[in-house]
Design a protein around this ligand. Structure first.
Ligand SMILES: [Zn+2]
Length: 220
């Protein structure tokens, strides 16, 4: 198993600086030229992996002003940690030596809204495949509902905070990655890996850390 090439802190700081450039409109578009393509011909050595929402507005390389070979990314609706995405993150740690995994949620997430709808007394029609995925987000919906309202077992979509549900689901996703993968939790325990759960604010462009594990200070 390769050791990470950078510290957890360095990997996170590089991302945070890229997001600062994105917010400020001062993009460098690094590592996107022919020289970089040539450098990457035979191998890749990204320092960060992403489990993000598939939402078309949440493209990791753009939000963090990164280029080719920088980020190892898997995305699905509502950034759900299932067998596939956990294995993808595990590969990034065990085979590529990434120092940080970013779980990337965002405000106004359609998957979270749909999971809320599925938890109401009159859920809308969705396909069986989508229903199965949304079921992974519904525990966060119920936790938020029972933490703030205790009037009905069914959620009233008008009276639940979508982004608060998203933050609970983010915590659950980080926990699920560590519970599902001994490779991942051992790397965190050794101090070689950090996991940072972030919520992206669509309008402002800011990627805000919400919860994290490992030897990383995301507040500086
Ligand atoms: Zn989403």
């Amino acid at each position: 198993m390769p050791s990470p090439r950078v510290t957890v802190q360095q990997a996170w700081d590089d991302l945070a600086q890229g997001n600062e450039r994105f917010m400020a409109g001062q993009l460098l578009h690094p590592q996107q030229n022919a020289a970089r393509r040539s450098e990457l011909r035979g191998s890749q050595a990204p320092n960060a992996a992403f489990l993000g929402c598939s939402d078309s507005r949440v493209a990791a390389e753009i939000l963090f002003d990164c280029g080719l070979g920088d980020l190892f990314v898997v995305r699905n609706i509502g950034q759900i940690a299932n067998d596939n995405t956990t294995a993808t993150m595990e590969y990034a740690v065990a085979e590529l030596g990434v120092a940080v995994i970013v779980v990337l949620a965002h405000g106004s997430c359609g998957a979270v809204k749909a999971a809320i709808d599925q938890t109401t007394a009159t859920p809308g029609e969705v396909t069986p495949a989508i229903k199965a995925e949304l079921r992974q987000i519904q525990p966060a919906v119920q936790q938020e509902w029972f933490a703030t309202q205790q009037v009905s077992p069914y959620v009233d979509a008008e009276h639940i905070d979508v982004d608060a549900v998203g933050r609970r689901h983010l915590d659950a996703t980080i926990n699920a990655l560590m519970r599902r993968s001994r490779v991942i939790s051992d790397a965190v325990a050794r101090g070689e890996l950090g996991i940072v759960g972030c919520q992206y604010q669509l309008e402002e462009g800011r990627v805000s850390p919400i919860s994290w594990v490992g030897q990383v200070d995301v507040t500086r």
